[in-house]
Design a protein around this ligand. Structure first.
Ligand code: PRP
Ligand code: URA
Length: 209
């Protein structure tokens, strides 16, 4: 069974409260979401392997550590996942990006895929799949299916807010994918929106409603 890591760092929790507030403007929503994504990326990358290298400081030669091994691929689920990308790339600027386009059919709530383009060497990278909302879990499962079809073996899922239902669905379908969230909320409502949640992440991010 995969791990679920809830990041309860005070800065993350403070910014999450501002993001949830319905009076927060799209401009502030965008800025805050990227700030939280940066802080979350710090934790998501905590287990990156290190290698020892020899360097010369202005004083002497010394051994020091650098990240080694596989490189990172950041894959947002469109649209709302885009709102977390800049924050992550500030920490890992050398990461390559993929994009997966999915929307929930408003009648069935099932994900409809309209785009999937991953880095050419995706299977050699550690993939961080990002989306602010994990509701029914349908979009995340479909996105992970698509990434695994390309041969990727190392995938982490990063969400701002998750519903317990969505976590269970992802864990059942992809027990090898660890989930990193800022909050696990109470439940889904009758329209499969997260309660209390933050509303529609894409609409709030892009001001489309
Ligand atoms: C939202 C959100 C997730 C999905 C989560 O996207 O950004 O991708 O819903 O719901 P699920 O867990 O029930 O699948 P939406 O479908 O609203 O598309 P958008 O980002 O294009 O607005
Ligand atoms: N998508 C959103 O944007 N918000 C939710 O609460 C659920 C799905």
């Amino acid at each position: 069974m995969s791990k679920v890591m809830v990041m309860n760092h005070p800065l993350i929790q403070h910014k999450l409260t501002l993001i949830r507030d319905k009076n927060t403007s799209p401009k502030d929503f965008r800025a805050l979401l990227n700030e939280v994504a940066l802080l979350m990326a710090y934790e998501v990358t905590r287990d990156l392997p290190l290698k020892e290298v020899e360097i010369e400081t202005p004083i002497c030669r010394t051994k020091s550590k650098m990240i080694s091994g596989r490189q990172i691929g950041v894959v947002p689920i469109l649209r709302a996942g885009l709102g977390m990308v800049d924050g992550i790339l500030e920490l890992v600027p050398a990461a390559k990006m993929g994009h997966i386009g999915l929307y929930r059919d408003p009648a069935t709530m099932k994900p409809v895929e309209y785009y999937c383009k991953l880095p050419i060497d995706a299977e050699q990278r550690d993939i961080i799949l990002v989306d602010p909302m994990l509701a029914t879990g349908g979009s995340a499962v479909a996105a992970i299916d698509c990434i695994k079809k390309r041969g990727c073996k190392s995938i982490k899922l990063m969400n701002l807010i998750a519903a317990p239902e969505g976590i269970a669905v992802v864990q059942a379908a992809h027990p090898d994918v660890d989930i990193f969230v800022a909050a696990v909320d109470e439940k889904l409502n009758e329209h499969s929106y997260i309660v209390p949640g933050l509303g529609d992440a894409g609409d709030r991010l892009f001001g489309t409603k």
